[in-house]
Design a protein around this ligand. Structure first.
Ligand SMILES: *[C@@H]1O[C@H](CO)[C@@H](O)[C@H](O)[C@H]1NC(C)=O
Ligand SMILES: *[C@@H]1O[C@H](CO)[C@@H](O)[C@H](O)[C@H]1NC(C)=O
Length: 336
C-alpha cells in the first residue's frame, strides 16, 4: 500500500515537472521595471542558487536577482568582434550581447547602490551588501580568440573596482566575481601572476581521487565533459594547480559523475563520492557547483538538492527558479 502511494506521488511529481515555470509565472510584475534598479532586490534574500542558462529567461539577470540567485550563467559567442549571448550559434540575436544583458545592467545597478560618497562597496543585494554575484561566462567560441573581448567588455566593472580580483597575494572580494568556463583558456587566464579578475571553473571530478596518480589522471581526463572548464587546460595541469588564486568553482556534472539515482535515492556509494569531491574541493578553497542534477521528478530533484546543500555544495544549478525559491527548502532541510 505504501508502495502504491509512493508510486502515485512519484507520478504526480513527474506530471508537475512537465509544466514550465511560465505556468506559475510570478514574474508578471516585471512591467514595474521603471523601478529598476533600486526596488529590484529590496527585500530579496540571497540564496545559494545559480541561474542556469540565465539568458533564456524572459528577463535575463532580473529574474535571477529577484529570486535571490547569487550566480548567473551567460554563454558567449564571439562573432564579428561582438560577444553575443545565446545557447547555440543559430540562436544568436542582434542586440543580445554580454554588454546589453549583463555588464550594462550590472553597472547601473551597482552605481545606484554605491552612489553615496566614501561608503564601502555594496553588492547587488540590498539585504546583504557583502554578498557577491558570480557571473559565469561560458566560452562557446575559441578561448584564445574570445578572451581579449571578454576582458575588454568587463572594463566598466573593472574600472569602478567592482570585480573580485587576485592581487598577487590574496583574493580581494568585490560585488561581482567573474568565472570562466567552457573553452576558457586556463593558461591565458592565469598568465598574469599579480592581477587576475577572471577565475577558472575547475573540474570537480578531478577532486574525487585526491592527488591523482598518472593512471587515475588518464581515467579522470576521459570522464571530463565538454561545456565546463577542461578544454582550456594544459596537459600538465594536475589537481594541485587549482586554488583560489586562479579558480573559484570546482564544478562537475552530477549526471555524469554521480549518475542518475535510478533507485530514487542516493546510494551510500554515491554519497561517498559526493563527499569526497566536496571535501577535496573545499580543502583547496574552491566552491562546489554541480550541474546536470536530475530535474525530475520534482521530489527526487528536491531530495538531491537538499542532500547536496547538507553535504556542503555551495551553489545549486537551478533551471526552475520559481520552485527553487518558493520551497525555501534549503534553509530548513534535513538537519539544518
Ligand atoms: C572621504 O574620504 C576622504 C579620505 O579619507 C576624506 O578626505 C573626505 O573628507 C571624505 N569625504 C566625505 C564626504 O566623507
Ligand atoms: C598584470 O596585470 C596588471 C594589471 O592589469 C598589469 O599592470 C601588469 O603589467 C600585468 N603583468 C604582466 C606580467 O603582464
Amino acid at each position: 500500500m505504501i508502495g502504491v502511494i509512493e508510486f502515485i506521488t512519484l507520478l504526480c511529481g513527474i506530471v508537475v515537472s512537465f509544466f514550465s515555470e511560465d505556468l506559475f509565472d510570478i514574474w508578471n510584475d516585471e512591467n514595474g521595471l521603471v523601478n529598476w534598479p533600486t526596488a529590484l532586490t529590496k527585500d530579496v534574500l540571497p540564496v545559494p542558487c545559480h541561474s542556469h542558462n540565465d539568458y533564456t529567461r524572459p528577463m535575463p539577470l532580473v529574474s535571477a536577482l529577484k529570486a535571490g540567485c547569487v550566480g548567473v550563467e551567460a554563454d558567449v559567442w564571439l562573432i564579428d568582434e561582438e560577444l553575443y549571448i545565446a545557447h547555440t550559434r543559430p540562436k544568436v540575436t542582434h542586440g543580445r550581447t554580454l554588454g546589453s544583458l549583463y555588464v550594462n545592467p550590472l553597472m547601473s545597478l551597482l552605481e545606484e547602490r554605491n552612489s553615496a560618497i566614501n561608503q564601502t562597496l555594496h553588492g547587488v543585494f540590498e539585504t546583504d551588501p557583502d554578498q557577491n554575484l558570480v557571473l559565469l561566462i561560458d566560452f562557446k567560441t575559441n578561448g584564445a580568440d574570445t578572451l581579449p573581448y571578454v576582458i575588454s567588455h568587463l572594463s566598466p566593472l573593472r574600472d569602478r573596482g567592482y570585480l573580485t580580483h587576485w592581487n598577487g597575494a590574496k583574493v580581494v572580494n568585490r560585488p561581482i566575481t567573474v568565472v570562466a568556463t567552457g573553452s576558457a583558456p586556463f593558461e591565458l587566464l592565469t598568465a598574469n601572476s599579480t592581477y587576475r579578475d577572471i577565475f577558472y571553473d575547475a573540474p570537480l571530478e578531478l577532486m574525487e581521487d585526491g592527488e591523482p596518480k598518472p593512471v587515475q589522471r588518464a581515467r579522470s581526463a576521459r570522464r571530463k565533459e565538454e561545456g565546463q572548464g577542461s578544454s582550456g587546460t594544459p596537459s600538465a595541469v594536475h589537481l594541485g594547480t587549482y586554488n583560489p588564486s586562479n579558480s573559484y568553482y570546482a564544478s562537475g556534472s552530477y549526471d555524469r559523475s554521480i549518475r542518475f539515482p535510478w533507485k530514487f535515492y542516493i546510494t551510500s556509494n554515491q554519497l561517498n563520492r559526493i563527499r569526497a569531491q566536496i571535501n577535496e574541493a573545499h580543502r583547496r578553497g574552491l566552491k562546489v557547483r554541480y550541474w546536470s542534477t536530475p530535474s525530475w521528478p520534482r521530489n527526487l530533484r528536491n531530495h538531491i538538492w537538499s542532500v547536496l546543500v547538507r553535504e556542503g555544495a555551495d551553489l545549486l544549478n537551478v533551471d526552475d527558479l520559481e520552485s527553487a525559491i518558493k520551497g525555501h527548502w534549503w534553509s530548513n532541510n534535513e538537519g539544518r
